[in-house]
Design a protein around this ligand. Structure first.
Ligand code: ATP
Ligand code: MG
Length: 573
């Protein structure tokens, strides 16, 4: 490709709307343009990157026995009504009507459609397992589209669905996909963490999110610095302590007057105790029923965990009236001792605090010398707090760290949720109808492109990994009008192209500085500079965009060197 012909309209200034590097650089490098909030047109270079990512995904999906198909984006409402998701999905769904008033949506995901397909066309156990996937646009009317293609309203997703006879089959499909995802993300040059995540409403099911650790990430992740344990903060566990002993040396609990002391800060200052000597009681309403959640003073209660423990559909903090009814005191004085008529859910760390301070369930009153087990009991003991950096890893005892992550993929054991709702069954060996056991597996393709830039850029621009670079090499003659330079450049351009190298020739009548700047911004992995000095000695300069290689090579050895460098520097699974 000749630079003079390439549609890559670069921008000198960073567009004001772009907050993070990938968004800024995709716009500045002329790889995409916005059509509407959260919707983009991909220009030739951006589209080449996406095609490479998609090709790697295809290879890995096919290698696991995946079969590619393409489903319609416009989906009939009736199917979504069968699973109840037409109403559940809410405002994120783009809805439309045809000329006859029939309702449709633009697919935000395709479980309904693919399950209906399999329901109609798969009959026998002999046809299973089945791994079906597509790569296509998805539509979600996100409240806050942002960060360019990281959170778009129209975006490219690879979605695969697995259909198995039973749980054991699903387990195999699941770990196949886990392996494929690990390979895909390595091959596109990403460092990811497979993170255990909360599966939301369908509790108990297994799911992993593949996270790119990056500042711009919207999710909080906890990971071990020694082993590969990693989890969403909503899910992360640490090592639970043993409960406190009988407390024979602890004096009987007694009330202390704490006038107007409501917050933990005020309490610790007033009584001169450390926050980890306090047990904190929070009153919630779970599906309308009040419950008391008890955590150690310095710990943060995790509502996602609490909700899961309770198996609740809704969980909200109780209002002042409910708190008063349950504890007999205004907000700020709840405690587990003598608390009646509500279930007490306690975190193990709260039950390990000896000689604690707790709320007294009376106005302006706290209790001291509270001994768990002796003075109060929990109805349920469960991990309901948020793990923080520095705690020991639940797997290996190493140290946990926390980071922000961009979710580039998610794999999910669905079980029979959709096959049951839609009646997708197969006949087993005995001729018995059984629901098909399903899994779903998504990769955000356009988000992946942005995540790659988040991990591979510098102040000058993008540094594409070889595997996804729009072109491998750019040839920059310092002065294209110079006959000698032009001829050397043209010859190399032809030889490299013939050797299968994807190459751009900067044949523009521009100053060398401008051409170098553009080459850096666009991020081609390798630059070949043809300048008068080296050329006099029959040489050219090779420089890798990541700065790790810089050498002079004889003109006639350049193709060989370039081909070898590309091979050596392509990320492997
Ligand atoms: P998120 O939590 O980021 O909203 P999600 O969990 O709703 O994502 P999934 O339904 O699991 O997303 O979709 C599979 C993949 O599609 C995600 O892992 C992500 O990479 C990508 N994706 C989801 N929503 C968007 C979006 N609005 N823009 C770009 N990519 C997206
Ligand atoms: Mg997800």
């Amino acid at each position: 490709m000749r630079m003079s012909q390439l549609l890559a309209p670069t921008l000198r200034e960073t567009p004001g709307e772009a907050e993070i590097p990938s968004h800024q650089l995709l716009l500045r490098a002329g790889m995409m343009r916005k059509t509407a909030a959260g919707m983009y047109t991909y220009l030739p270079l951006g589209w080449r990157v996406l095609r490479k990512i998609m090709e790697i995904i295809r290879e890995e999906m096919d290698a696991k026995g995946g079969q590619e198909l393409l489903m319609s984006i416009v989906q009939p409402a009736e199917l979504w009504r069968e699973t109840g998701r037409w109403d559940e999905y809410g405002e994120e769904m783009f809805r439309l009507k045809d000329r006859n008033g029939r309702e449709f949506c633009l697919g935000p995901t395709h479980e309904e459609l693919i399950t209906a397909l399999v329901r109609a066309d798969v009959r026998s156990y002999r046809q299973l397992p089945l791994l079906l996937y597509q790569i296509a646009n998805k539509y979600r009317d996100e409240i806050r589209p942002r960060f360019g293609v990281i959170r778009g309203r129209e975006f490219i997703m690879k979605d695969l669905y697995s259909f198995d006879r039973d749980e054991a089959g699903l387990d195999q499909s699941y770990w196949k996909m886990y392996d494929a995802y690990t390979r895909i993300f390595r091959r596109v040059g990403l460092t990811t963490r497979a993170v255990e995540a909360d599966s939301g409403a369908i509790g108990g099911d297994v799911t992993h999110e593949f996270m790119v650790l990056a500042e711009a990430g919207e999710a909080a992740v906890v990971y071990c610095t020694s082993c590969d344990y990693a989890a969403n903060t909503e899910k992360a566990e640490s090592v639970a302590p043993a409960p406190a002993g009988p407390g024979s040396a602890v004096p009987p609990f007694e009330p202390v007057a704490t006038p107007n002391v409501r917050t933990l800060d005020e309490l610790t200052r007033f009584l001169g105790v450390a926050p980890d000597r306090v047990v904190k009681t929070l009153i919630y309403e779970a599906d309308g029923q009040p419950v008391a959640a008890v955590v150690r003073g310095d710990h943060e209660l995790n509502e996602v965990k609490l909700k899961r423990v309770l198996g609740a559909t809704t969980l909200t903090m109780a209002g002042a009236a409910v708190v008063e009814r349950v504890t007999g005191a205004p907000v700020g004085f709840a405690g587990p001792v003598g608390l009646k008529g509500v279930r007490i859910i306690a975190d193990p760390w709260a039950l390990a605090v000896e000689d604690a301070v707790a709320g007294g369930n009376a106005v302006d009153t706290h209790l001291r010398h509270v001994q768990p087990g002796r003075d109060w009991q929990a109805d349920v003991v469960a991990d309901i707090r948020t793990v923080t950096a520095g705690e020991p890893c639940p797997r290996c005892g190493g140290t946990l760290a926390s980071a922000r992550g961009i979710e580039v993929g998610q794999i999910f054991k669905l079980g029979t949720k959709y096959s049951q709702a839609l009646g997708a069954t197969y006949l087993d060996e005995q001729g018995q109808a059984r629901p098909i056991v399903m899994g779903c597996y998504g990769i955000g393709v356009s988000r992946t492109m942005a995540a790659i830039i988040e991990q591979h850029h510098d102040d000058h621009g993008i540094i594409w990994p070889v595997s996804v670079a729009p072109y491998h090499v750019i040839i920059v003659p310092v002065m294209y009008e110079d006959k000698q330079q032009r001829e050397a450049a043209e010859q190399l351009y032809e030889e490299l192209s013939a050797a299968g190298v994807e190459v751009v020739l900067d044949d523009r009548d521009e100053r060398a500085g401008v051409k170098f700047k553009d080459a850096d911004l666009l991020g081609f992995p390798l630059r070949i500079t043809i300048g008068p000095k080296a050329l006099k000695e029959g040489q050219v300069e090779l420089k890798s965009r990541d700065g790790r290689m810089e050498e002079r090579v004889p003109l006639d050895a350049t193709v060989q060197r370039v081909v070898a460098w590309i091979e050596d520097n392509t990320p492997q699974a």
